[in-house]
Ligand binder design. Structure first.
Ligand code: PEP
Ligand code: MN
Length: 371
């Protein structure tokens, strides 16, 4: 059960102290306080853990400072979408809104290879009216002999160039706690010219210790990729780890499932789960068509499979698209075969817009039904 308190509640007030005392007297119930500081107001929620079935909503509602009470199902307590749950389905980060009602495209490099390519990529992103990109610095690779990413050595120039091209948010994967510290340090050193959305890759979806560390910081939001060989429920629980530690600015990413049943695509595209994740949770949902499809194959209509699946995900209500581009795909050190070319970026964005309009029309059509 969650008690949502009146906005800007004062922790020193006698009402608040009285509330805590009343809660402490409830047998078999523990409490966990979560405070969310927004631009305009401070929101406090108290999670009641234990035998909450015995508690009456009306009784809890009448306690001091309590505005609303939500009875949560056992699953995904914080990020889940519960019955009569009107909590936010968005968050704002560095001037960009991420919600179940918005759409942001993160076109960029799978892996940073050199400064020139980063600059060409960011300029193309900016020239096409976008403020987000992807830049892989730490690359988890199948082979230990493959390029592992430039790591901390590229961070300063990546962040400086992001500032130069007005990039507000960079999606960047981390695989270790030290990467988090290196990113924060580089942001600090360069004067915070941009923002970073930490990406937890599919190989680390259930790296619980990493999730706890990333969840304990609330400065940077997180894109959690679905594990490619586990159930949706297991991946959603992984997202809940982040929130249970304190960071609820989480986007959930679909990137295809590992099975040969998806051949000739790299993974079995799972974008049918976009509306499912939105129904089960309040997280914005990202699709990664590049790692799902893995090639630049086109169908007889001339449209690349990467773009077909993007349209499918966006027409189903996806809120974020993470997509590999590269100024010279044959020279890319990671995943060149699936990268789109910079000249394709305006066309890609227009195609996404068509799919987004289709989604909005579909929502309006449903709303207009009398039944
Ligand atoms: C990536 O986005 O660069 C990546 C490695 O993705 P995933 O973890 O989904 O394989
Ligand atoms: Mn990749």
């Amino acid at each position: 059960m969650i008690l949502i308190l009146n906005a800007n509640v004062d922790e020193q007030s006698s009402d608040y102290k009285q509330l805590l005392a009343q809660l402490a007297a409830l047998p078999g119930i523990q409490t966990r306080v979560h405070v969310e500081r927004g631009a305009e107001q401070k929101l406090t929620e108290i999670y009641l853990i234990g035998n909450t079935k015995a508690l009456e909503i009306a009784d809890m509602q009448s306690m001091p400072c309590v505005e609303r009470v939500v009875r949560v199902s056992e699953e995904y307590r914080i990020l889940g979408r519960h019955k009569d749950d009107q909590r936010d389905t968005h968050f704002d980060y560095n001037g960009v809104r991420f919600g179940q009602d918005t759409l942001n495209v993160f076109a960029g490099l799978c892996a940073v290879d050199n400064r020139e390519h980063v600059e060409l990529m960011m300029r193309a992103v900016r020239d096409n009216g976008q403020v987000c990109t992807r830049m892989g610095a730490y690359k988890p690779r199948t082979s230990p002999y493959a390029f592992q990413g430039h790591g901390k050595y590229c961070l300063n120039y990546v962040f400086e160039l992001a500032g130069k091209y007005d990039i507000k948010v960079i999606a960047m994967e981390i695989t270790h706690e030290s990467h988090l510290n290196e990113i924060k340090e580089a942001l600090h050193q360069t004067g915070n010219p941009t923002g970073v959305m930490l990406q937890i890759g599919t190989r680390n979806t259930q790296n619980f210790e990493l999730l706890k560390i990333v969840g304990r910081q609330t400065e940077l939001p997180v894109l959690l990729k679905r594990g490619f060989g586990i159930t949706l429920d297991e991946s959603l629980n992984a997202a809940e780890y982040l929130a249970s530690e304190g960071n609820r600015n989480v986007v959930f990413g679909l990137r295809g499932m590992k099975t040969n049943m998806g051949d000739p695509h790299r993974n079995m595209v799972d974008f049918a789960h976009v509306p499912v994740v939105k129904r089960l949770t309040r997280m914005p949902v990202c699709i990664d068509p590049s790692h799902s499809v893995g090639t630049r194959q086109a169908s007889p209509d001339g449209i690349l499979d990467v773009m077909h699946v993007t349209a499918q995900g966006v027409a189903a209500g996806a809120n974020m698209v993470l997509v590999d581009f590269h100024p010279a795909p044959p020279k890319a050190l990671v995943d060149g075969p699936q990268a789109l070319m910079l000249k394709e970026l305006p066309y890609f964005l227009e195609d996404v817009q068509i799919a987004r309009e289709a989604y909005l029309k579909r929502v309006a059509l449903r709303k207009n039904q009398a039944w």
